[in-house]
Design a protein around this ligand. Structure first.
Ligand code: FAD
Length: 418
């Protein structure tokens, strides 16, 4: 009689639908296109995933870091996962499979467990770092989840772009009262908009970057601010009503909001004296730059602050959030470079044009290992910014790929685009 065939065990990679905030980072990061999504869930295809772990460090919530030992032939299919509202319980393996799983080799085994060293190694192809700067403060993440959100009260909501422009961007201040909600500049939060989607399910959370520093929108208060653009068109320009952005922009003082998070453990500012910041942003990508700038400004006179250089892109001055307060900052504190692409009577300029124009200064800062670079805004800006940084470095006869690797390895180059 033939011996029974050995049962193949799979360490199946799954995403927790209750924690995932559908930010698309995993799908973008996956080098083998194993991650896909529909309007309900982000899921991992067991036929394609090779357990390389590249998607794990960039995930802001940790929802990606879930694994189940299953018999390969009974792996959860993409279709199964798309229908989930929560992860299934662990299923006991059959005895022969369990033995294979413990003593044998579950296939595919993840190539590395999560951790900073592995993060650096496995995400080498990503444009930015998967680790924070060495001197960053330790962030708290996931203190509040979909199941345990925190209630914040709106204490301010006003428009920060010209009323005659198409770009309706709001500065929204949320107060947490006596409830702990510790945050750092560069982190984001999730907002749970009320109501249900077309399928009758509660809306999923949307993510928003903090626009205020760690000690509050108003120093010493347990509050924070957001910079929210009202979405009235989709990315293709067709009319669309953004669920969460419209909800937020229409909030009145004293309204309450359900919040989850905080999220983000890498896009964090350095904490050591003489650390320099190069900040490159467009539109609402200015939120984390405002937070970092304000943190630095509050340290004036108490700490040895490095150089701040800002590249800020918008169509016109009136569409640039926080234009007035920004222009009042002392020039010896921050070097401001505005790139306006549709200002009447002025040539079109984008942030990458200004980076090239200011090559000598940018190069000087890049040569200093105390410099960290932050890029935030539209997804499309990544390539242009990287090309401009490369040109600036190559012009001086240096090797961009060596510097780029060092910037990623040392947690000195960070992207947050959406
Ligand atoms: P939805 O109802 O989700 O979408 C409506 C339609 O608009 C869809 O067709 C959708 O594809 C399209 N759409 C979605 N977003 C945009 C957009 N930004 N521009 C044009 N079309 C869009 N947004 C901010 O305003 N400020 C922030 O600080 C901010 N920070 C973010 C940080 C991270 C890490 C991420 C991942 C996203 C961030 N966003 C930010 C985007 C935000 O999470 C929402 O995606 C955005 O507000 C749209 O949500 P909505 O519910 O209004 O639109």
């Amino acid at each position: 009689m033939n011996a029974p065939l050995p049962v193949e065990v799979l360490k199946q990679h799954l995403i927790d639908p209750e924690i995932c905030i559908r930010c698309n980072t995993c799908e973008e990061t996956c080098p083998v296109d194993a991650i896909t999504h529909d309007s309900n869930n982000y899921v991992v295809d067991p036929e394609i995933c090779n357990g390389c772990m590249a998607c794990v460090p960039p995930c802001p919530t940790g929802s990606i870091d879930n694994w189940r030992l299953v018999v390969r032939a009974e792996a959860y299919s993409v279709q199964d996962q798309l229908g989930w509202e929560e992860l299934p319980q662990d299923k006991p393996l059959p005895v022969d499979a369990a033995a294979a799983g413990e003593g044998g080799q579950p296939m595919p085994a993840p190539q590395a467990e999560s951790g900073l060293a592995q993060a650096v190694a496995v995400t080498a192809a990503a444009p930015g770092a998967a680790v924070p700067p060495w001197s960053a403060a330790h962030p708290y993440v996931n203190l509040y989840t979909h199941k345990t959100p925190i209630t914040a009260t709106v204490v301010g909501n006003y428009r920060v772009t010209g009323v005659d422009t198409e770009s309706d961007i709001h500065h929204i201040v949320l107060d947490f009262g006596e409830q702990p909600f510790p945050v750092l500049e560069g982190q984001s939060i999730g907002i749970l908009p009320p109501g249900v989607d077309a399928q009758g399910r509660p809306h999923h959370a949307r993510q928003y970057s903090l626009a205020s520093p760690r000690d509050g929108e108003r120093a010493g208060y347990n509050n924070l601010s957001l910079t929210v653009k009202r979405v009235t068109q989709d990315h293709g320009g067709a009319a669309a009503h953004g669920v969460c952005s419209n909800y937020l922009c229409d909030l009145a003082k004293n309204d309450t909001v359900q919040v989850i998070g905080p999220f983000g453990h890498t896009f964090l500012m350095p904490n050591h004296p003489q650390a320099n910041l190069i900040m490159i942003c467009t539109g609402t990508g200015s939120a984390p730059m405002r937070a970092m700038t304000e943190r630095s400004r509050r340290l004036i006179g108490t700490a040895d602050i490095g150089k701040l250089m800002l590249f800020f892109g918008a169509r016109t001055e009136r569409e640039l959030p926080y234009f007035g307060p920004l222009m009042k900052l002392p020039r010896d504190f921050i070097d401001i470079n505005l790139a306006l692409s549709r200002e009447p009577g002025q040539p079109k300029r984008y942030v990458q044009d200004l980076i090239r124009e200011r090559a000598a200064h940018v190069r000087g800062l890049l040569a200093d290992r105390n410099t960290c670079i932050y890029v935030c805004g539209l997804k499309g800006m990544e390539v242009g910014v990287l090309d401009a940084l490369r040109d600036v470095v190559v012009q001086s006869g240096e090797d961009w790929s060596i510097l780029h690797d060092a910037l990623r390895r040392e947690g000195r180059l960070h992207f947050e685009t959406y």
